[in-house]
Design a protein around this ligand. Structure first.
Ligand code: GDP
Ligand code: GDP
Length: 450
């Protein structure tokens, strides 16, 4: 199943009811696999889970607070609204130790009006006694079915998961959508007002060969297929790009969730940054999502026509592009592989080049190194710099490249414990010297040879 077809399950509820505990319990193991990337705040709010062979994507709406200024009540409400709009199944968590509160009642009323399937979880039911004492009150909210769960221990979780998966769309529909095309899919992402919508218009307008807007696989998203220098490519969720700025109220929630969905369905992301603002924490967070999902990436430094007068006045005679490149590299060092492009969506300058850069990155993202060449390269690299740890030598016996998008290399070694982070980095650099993997992450996994 392609990622895009995974049902989206959203967890909602007021603060402290146990949403993130539930989230971690459901996806904990998978999350641990993701390498720690210094430099980005990692709110684990979005990850994959699996139950009864069905894969799904889980989102902890309590974690979405990217540009947060709303008061708490509006936040909770905003989270629920997004869940209702975007998710396939909404999981409503209630804390049975505090009893039902006014916020719970308000949320319950909102969720009840939604046509989306709802699974109600009475959380913090750690034992049978608590179940008997605390769960009946939850029924006062008027839901016909409530699942007593302890997110902390996992008690009762199986039944709740059965109910969640039971609401997923039938599987053969997913299969039909799996006959996916080979066209390169691009997601334009970034904070509000950086110029995503303008950039899209500039790209589409310049070429004037819009093939057809086709309905995307998810909900009301519209993908735009278009012809670029004889190649067909797809811009993901162009409706979302255009609409995000016009949404009233909780813009931030909407933008983040939309971006996450788009990233999931894309081969390559164009992470748009407003050069006038410089690199912000919000930019880093959006970039972090793309990084975590292993997408190819181009950092598009937009509004380049405005320049950054303040910086340029401080450092006269400098090459502004060089200054900015360094600023981006420093601030986004967790995705040093990302390609860079400078654009002005309003004048059109650099826009075509940015798309070309994205296409190159997407190609690298799908590039496979022949096994023989890969092994030769790694042998040379380790011969040139053998790695010793307390007198024990790391031996790389064999390497394979089982998957691409992103390219993943598996090294079979004598003792995986001997593989130091810095040595892995050295090997990656050697590979990147020979093969143009610009714009794509490269995953290196180390296993003990049989
Ligand atoms: P969130 O704000 O809704 O994401 O809530 P958290 O997941 O951060 O949980 C709030 C507090 O409730 C934490 O101290 C958790 O350890 C605790 N908690 C969560 N689930 C359970 C549970 O099933 N049983 C008990 N006893 N405590 C829980
Ligand atoms: P979005 O929210 O990221 O889609 O941003 P928009 O495309 O709506 O752009 C936000 C504002 O920035 C609008 O007023 C645009 O006209 C302006 N803008 C976008 N790109 C550029 C650019 O390259 N140069 C300048 N000077 N303004 C831009």
């Amino acid at each position: 199943m392609s990622v895009s077809d995974r049902p989206l399950v959203a967890i909602v509820g007021r603060p402290n009811v146990g949403k993130s505990t539930l989230f971690n319990r459901l996806v904990g193991k998978r999350i641990a696999i993701v390498e720690d990337t210094p430099g980005i705040t990692r709110d684990r709010l979005y990850a994959d889970g699996e139950w009864l062979g069905r894969e799904y994507t889980l989102i902890d709406t309590g974690g979405i607070q990217m540009f947060e200024t709303d008061p708490l009540k509006a936040q909770i409400r905003g989270q629920a609204e997004i869940a209702m709009e975007e998710a396939d199944v909404v999981v409503f968590v209630i804390d049975t130790t505090t009893g039902v509160t006014a916020d719970d009642i308000e949320l319950a009323n909102a969720l009840r009006r939604s046509p989306k399937p709802l699974v109600v979880i009475a959380n913090k039911v750690d034992n049978g006694d608590q179940e008997y004492r605390n769960v009946p009150e939850v029924y006062s909210l008027g839901f016909s079915e409530v699942f007593p769960v302890s997110a902390l221990s996992g008690r009762g979780l199986g039944d709740a998961l059965d109910a969640i998966v039971g609401h997923f769309p039938a599987e053969d529909k997913d299969k039909a959508e799996e006959i996916e095309d080979e066209r390169i899919k691009i997601a334009i992402i970034g904070r509000p007002n950086v110029g995503k919508s303008s950039l899209l218009n500039a790209i589409l307008g310049e070429q004037r060969v819009i093939v057809s807007p086709v309905a995307g696989t998810t909900r009301d998203s519209i993908d735009t297929t278009f012809n670029f220098n004889g190649r067909e490519l797809v811009f993901i969720d162009t409706a979302g790009i255009r609409r995000a700025g016009k949404v009233q109220g909780s813009v931030e929630y909407y933008t983040v969730l939309r971006a996450l969905r788009a990233i999931d369905r894309a081969d390559v992301v164009m992470l748009v940054i407003d050069s006038n603002d410089g690199l912000t924490d919000g930019d880093k967070r959006v970039g972090g999502f793309a990084h975590e999902r292993g997408r190819a990436a181009v950092i598009v430094v937009n509004k380049w026509d405005l320049g950054r007068q303040d910086v340029l006045e401080e450092m006269p005679g400098q090459n502004p592009m060089k200054i900015f490149s360094e600023e981006m590299r420093d601030g986004m060092n967790f995705m040093a592989y990302a390609a860079l492009a400078f654009t002005s969506a309003t004048t059109g300058k650099g826009v075509t080049a940015a798309v070309e850069t994205a296409l190159d990155a997407a190609e690298n993202h799908a590039m496979r190194i022949p096994t023989g060449e890969l092994n030769r390269l790694l042998r040379d690299a380790s011969d040139a710099h053998p790695y010793l740890d307390h007198g024990k030598q790391l031996k790389i016996y064999y390497a394979t490249m089982p998957t691409v998008k992103p390219p993943k290399i598996v090294l079979f070694v004598n003792d995986p414990e001997l593989m130091h982070f810095s040595y892995k980095r050295y090997l990656e650099n050697q590979i990147r010297k020979t093969y143009a993997f610009e714009g794509t992450p490269l995953q290196i996994e180390v296993r003990k040879a049989a």
